[in-house]
Design a protein around this ligand. Structure first.
Ligand code: 13P
Length: 254
């Protein structure tokens, strides 16, 4: 079943106390909100707060994801966090391949493919981020770029494994800029991604795949973005840091 997902990527924001307050406020909103089985609400706080988040979210309408994972299960990798560690904290999802990690930490689709494998082994859903830069869009290379990213990071998977993957299309030029992709641009790229998945895997796999949009998504533009047939929700950065604003985005899925 294809799911509609609203995911908050907090990035490197909030103190422990602020995180606790934000999660509690969000849970209060969600308490009174009815959520169908095909909808999921997810927060991805910084890793030191994951256990707090999974504790607070237990038995509630909220899932928890990490923002990164190391491809190794354990060992001498100072500062890193592994998929078995995430699993032991009952983390359900993990973002991989975010453009900020590609830019600042030199992640590539090859290293992201290894991270995806580690997540799959531990039954954690990978939220695979892809998207073109402004320069690439201006030279009309966006489909080529995104097509290649998906090919490199996902083509080794089986159709069965692909069910454990969510794709987030996040054009780099839209992230944190206040300049979101238009609903038409988002739909066009999401339809392209679904077609790629259909061609490389199967029509069923493509139909089941949730493809989220990310990049300056907020309560004002969410509805017009999510009302497109191939846009199955959003990966929200800045607007997920405020419980009221994030909940408004959640409601725009209704
Ligand atoms: P913004 O919503 O702040 O543009 O960030 C999007 C993003 O990078 C989510 O992963």
């Amino acid at each position: 079943m294809r799911k509609k997902i609203i995911a908050g990527n907090w990035k490197m924001n909030k103190t422990f106390q602020e995180a606790e307050e934000l999660i509690s406020d969000l849970l209060k909103h969600l308490e009174a909100h009815s959520l169908e089985d095909d909808k999921e609400i997810l927060i991805c706080p910084p890793s030191p707060y994951l256990e707090l988040a999974t504790d607070l979210a237990q038995g509630r309408k909220l899932k928890v994801g990490a923002q990164n994972v190391n491809a190794n299960d354990f060992g001498a990798y100072t500062g890193e966090i592994s998929a078995p560690m995430l699993k032991s904290m009952e983390v359900n999802y993990c973002i991989v391949g975010h453009s900020e990690r590609r830019k600042y930490y030199h992640e590539t689709d090859e290293s992201v493919a290894d991270k995806i494998n580690a997540l799959l082994k531990n039954e954690i859903i990978a939220v695979y981020c892809c998207g073109e830069t402004l320069e690439e869009r201006e030279s009309n290379k966006q489909f080529d770029v995104v097509g290649k990213q998906i090919e490199k990071a996902l083509s080794h998977l089986t159709s069965e494994q692909l069910k454990q993957i969510v794709i987030a299309y996040e054009p780099v030029w839209a992230i944190g800029t206040g300049k979101n992709a238009s609903p038409e641009q988002a739909q066009e790229m999401h339809a392209y991604i679904r077609k790629q998945i259909s061609g490389k895997f199967s029509k069923d796999a493509a139909e089941e795949m949730s493809i989220l949009y990310g990049g300056s998504c907020n309560s004002k533009n969410a509805k017009s973005l999510f009302s497109n047939p191939d846009v199955d929700g959003g990966l929200i950065g800045g607007a997920s840091l405020d419980a009221d604003e994030f909940f408004k985005i959640v409601k725009s899925m209704d």
